[in-house]
Design a protein around this ligand. Structure first.
Ligand code: ATP
Ligand code: MG
Length: 285
């Protein structure tokens, strides 16, 4: 039987969420991530646990059919792979930072300066596009110590809270790109595997949709229903059910997570009462 081979990170920031995503897709893995491989009983899939540095290459070569990794790694490796879906976790930004006592004057500050990074390709593309010549020093890790030991004038690296920068006397001055985990695929997988991939993507989208939306229930006087419906778009339109109390109805709908608080305020002002909000597990459009 054909199996879809998926590469996920063996250990690190992506591992847990990647395995959890598969689990939420209803895929039960037979053994833990301490092994190199795992299979599932209820889906024709084989999971390969690898370093995220290698995933792009293995997918390009067909060792794995698909993979989960950070966009930053996809861009840097620049292999022949296709991004199929953004996954909504492992968010980070990649920024330029300089010693905090330096006066930053804009991107020209970097002209002909040495910048240390583990992501030379992304950085080179960025400055090439801006038409600013810079001297890129590629190093494997601990990039943030480079200015302190005189290896470079600035750094380009992944930044989340900025506390590592601060501890090393650096300040973030430009955000170059933002990244999140993505699902990649080889551009040439056979028809059978493509079908399996479509099935998996269908499930992933249902989970992503669900996590971006909330289910909302509320009570309202019938006179307020029209106005309330105009702020509650719903999947098609809100469900309206009469309450036992004369002149009142219950409305059910779906609201986007990021519009949620704004919508709640409007609903309250329009006379909605007893508002209940719950998360959605799966949502099929
Ligand atoms: P591996 O051993 O697999 O090579 P790694 O050390 O390269 O692991 P991690 O530190 O586990 O990688 O990070 C994996 C990915 O998580 C990064 O490439 C990036 O996309 C994402 N990420 C999100 N937030 C951060 C962060 N604060 N620092 C580093 N990476 C982050
Ligand atoms: Mg890595």
């Amino acid at each position: 039987m054909t199996k879809l081979k998926i590469a996920v990170q063996k250990k690190g920031r992506l591992n847990e969420k990647s395995v959890e995503l598969l689990k939420n897709c209803g895929i039960k893995l037979s053994n833990g991530s301490n092994k190199l491989k795992a299979t599932a009983k209820n889906f024709p899939i084989e999971v390969l646990f690898l370093r995220d540095d290698d995933i792009s290459q293995y997918v390009e070569q067909g060792v794995a059919d698909i993979g989960i990794l950070g966009e930053n790694e996809v861009w840097e490796r620049d292999k022949n792979v296709v991004i199929k879906e953004k996954l909504g976790f492992a968010y980070c930004k990649m920024s330029l930072a300089i010693p905090k006592e330096e006066k930053y004057t804009g991107l020209d500050w970097f002209k002909n300066k040495k910048i240390a990074t583990s992501y030379p390709k992304i950085l080179n593309n960025f400055f090439k596009e801006k038409g600013i010549p810079v001297d890129i020093e590629e190093i494997g890790g601990s990039v943030e110590i480079a200015p302190g030991i005189g290896l470079a004038k600035a750094i380009f690296d992944i930044v989340s809270t900025g506390s590592t920068l601060m501890m090393n006397g650096l300040k973030e001055v430009e955000v170059v790109v933002k990244s999140e985990a993505v699902l990649i695929s080889s551009p040439k997988i056979n028809e059978e595997k493509q079908k399996l991939l479509d099935k998996l993507l269908f499930r992933i989208k249902a989970i992503r949709n669900a996590s971006e939306n909330k289910y909302i229930l509320l009570n309202a006087p019938n006179s307020a229903i029209d106005n309330i419906c105009s702020v509650l778009p719903g999947m098609k339109s809100p469900t309206i059910l009469p309450l036992a109390v004369e002149g009142w109805s219950s409305l059910h709908s779906v609201v986007k997570e990021d519009e949620f608080w704004e919508v709640i305020d409007k609903l309250k002002n329009l006379g909605a009462q007893g508002i209940l909000v719950t998360s959605i597990e799966k949502m099929i459009n």
